[in-house]
Design a binder for this molecule. Structure first.
Ligand code: ATP
Length: 197
């Protein structure tokens, strides 16, 4: 059975934190296909994304060029707003596959507040980051009961970068070199994105 993962986010813009998590997850959990799925609008964020859905999709597309198992997804941006992960997971689970939902260190804290977390767990396992084997045991022990046994860990030191930091630096005219792929930086410059905080 094909092993597939879906990694959702605003990706406003996509950066090396997202990409290293995706690459490590693909290698460590052996995903045949890992879909990076830009959200039209996250139900958890008070403000809509700055860049349009199409531009965020293009940034993801450029970021994964040359990475054969990583692909951009457009199920959410072609659908209604806001995007609910449960629908996305059900969509990608449709074709016979073993599916994982990748959830980063911040997002996992909100997982219980997502729409239908238990329904999500019926369609997918969760893949998240842990910095060490000891930390895995600690996190696994503290997981809410319904999630126990449904979470797989990617061992890595999380990279301390966020889209907010990148947007703020750009607005201040500071360099973002090496915080995101050069192709994405070029696209941001071409479209004059993130010039205001
Ligand atoms: P913002 O600063 O705009 O809130 P962000 O950098 O947190 O954005 P999102 O697009 O909101 O990025 O995140 C999408 C997913 O990526 C979430 O699951 C989040 O936990 C995860 N993520 C964000 N930053 C990192 C990072 N540095 N390393 C690993 N995962 C990350």
């Amino acid at each position: 059975m094909i092993r597939k993962a879906v990694f959702g986010g605003s990706f406003d813009p996509i950066h090396i934190g997202h990409l290293r998590f995706a690459i490590e997850a693909q290698e460590q959990l052996g995903f045949d296909e890992l879909i990076l799925e830009p959200a039209k609008r996250s139900p958890f964020k008070p403000q809509p994304p700055i860049a349009s859905a199409q531009l965020r999709f293009e940034m993801v597309t450029r970021a994964v060029e040359g990475l054969p198992n990583l692909k951009p997804g457009r199920f959410e941006i072609d659908g209604p707003e806001p995007s609910y992960t449960v629908k996305t997971v059900e969509h990608y689970a449709e074709n016979d596959c073993d599916l994982w939902l990748m959830v980063g260190p911040d997002a996992i804290k909100h997982f219980a507040a997502w729409r239908d977390p238990e329904q999500i767990l019926q369609s997918a396992r969760i893949a998240t980051i842990s910095r060490s084997v000891d930390a895995i045991e600690e996190v696994a022990k503290n997981l809410p009961l319904p999630w126990r046994g449904h979470v797989d860990f990617v061992l890595m030191e999380p990279i301390s970068v966020s889209s907010t930091v990148i947007r703020t630096k750009i607005a201040k005219g500071l360099s973002v070199r090496h915080l995101l792929p050069a192709e994405v930086e070029t696209l941001i410059a071409q479209h004059g994105l993130y010039q205001k905080v």
